[in-house]
Structures are given as C-alpha cells and as structure tokens.
Write a protein that binds this ligand. Sequence first.
Ligand SMILES: C[S@@+](CC[C@H](N)C(=O)[O-])C[C@H]1O[C@@H](n2cnc3c(N)ncnc32)[C@H](O)[C@@H]1O
Length: 201
Amino acid sequence: MDNLINIEEYSTQISKAVRYHGYTDYNYGKCLTEAIVEHKPKQILEFGSGIGYSTLNLALGCYINNMGSIFTRDIWETQSVGHFHVHLKGNFISNIKKFPDLASFIDYEVADYNVWLNSGDTNFDLIYFDINNDGDKILEIYHKLNVKENKGKILLFEGGHLERNNKKYQNVRPIFDPLVQETTNLTLIYNKAPGIIKIVL
Ligand SMILES: C[S@@+](CC[C@H](N)C(=O)[O-])C[C@H]1O[C@@H](n2cnc3c(N)ncnc32)[C@H](O)[C@@H]1O
C-alpha cells in the first residue's frame, strides 16, 4: 500500500475537486474507500454515479488494494436547480479525468437501475447505490438478490440523514422502518448525512 499520508491527501483532493449540491458532509467518501479496502471486491457495481464523488472514493479503495473494477451506471438526466441546469454526465467525466490513476479502475455507462434489477444479473461482489433510496427500494433489492449464489456479497447504500430515514412520507417506506431493519439486518456504518448503510447478503 502507498503510505497512508498519500491516501489521506488523495481523499482530501477528491472532496475538494468534487462537490455535490445538497450534500453537506463529504467525509462519507472515506467510509466507501474503507469498505472497499476491508472487503476487497473484484467486481463493484455502482448505481447513481452522479458527478463521480462516490465513484472516485470507491476507486481509491481499488487503488489501495491494487485490484478491482468499478462498473458505474446512471441515467444521468439533466437536473434543474433553480435557473441552472446541471449536466451530471459532463461533470462526472470531467471529475473522473482529474484523477487518472483512479479513472483506470472505472467503467461508466448510461443504464437504468430498474432494468438491471429485473435482469437477474448477479455479476458483482459489492454494490453501492444512491438513487433516491427509501425503505421499499432496499426491501426490493434485498429480496431479489438474497439468493444462495450471492451469499456473503455486500450491499452498501446511501442512507440519507436520520430524519429522512425515520420519517414516514406518504406512500414511501422509511429506510429505518422496522420491517426493513428486521428483514435485511442492516447496519449504519456512517452516521452523518449522507449516512452509509451496509447489508451483508
Ligand atoms: C444523489 S445522486 C448520486 C450522487 C453520486 N453518488 C455522487 O457521489 O456524485 C443520484 C443519482 O441517481 C441517478 N438515478 C436516479 N434514478 C436512477 C435509475 N433508475 N437508474 C440509474 N440512475 C438513477 C440520478 O441521475 C443521479 O445522478
């Protein structure tokens, strides 16, 4: 492994270079890096690449491990923030290019999470997803993937902030709904916003 100071510096550089509007805490990226270092997955699948902050932090884990590939997917619709139109895919590409050592671990493509989920494709060791998660989405992916051949694989997902995770919105099950917690045996591994939640299949 490179010395730890360089890794820490890399992590800071990613946080400075890539800011996602709406997020207030950027240390959650370190948590993603640490999860990759801990589990050493060969195939990492990410849905919700956005502007690349999470992707780069996952890639930093691969860089430390000197192994692994990230297949990151997003529909990259243009977002409107007030009068501004945010071109997520353009931002993603320019952010990834700022870190050539990390970009070599990253494969990106336009793809819809729901199409993948219904495809039965289980070619992954670890998944990270951040696509406006809620309790029903967590239950859905858990039930689809909780089969024998996926035993021991890791699901990581963006868990918002505690208020969102607990609050019942109309027709949307919160992430910390008792049914979700009991069914999936999830653990909160980063508890600021955006929190990071882990499920071991
Ligand atoms: C909060 S952002 C992700 C931020 C990203 N992880 C980052 O660090 O920049 C959520 C993303 O989910 C994507 N998304 C929403 N629904 C999706 C779907 N069905 N399939 C793939 N991506 C989706 C959006 O286009 C958006 O880029």
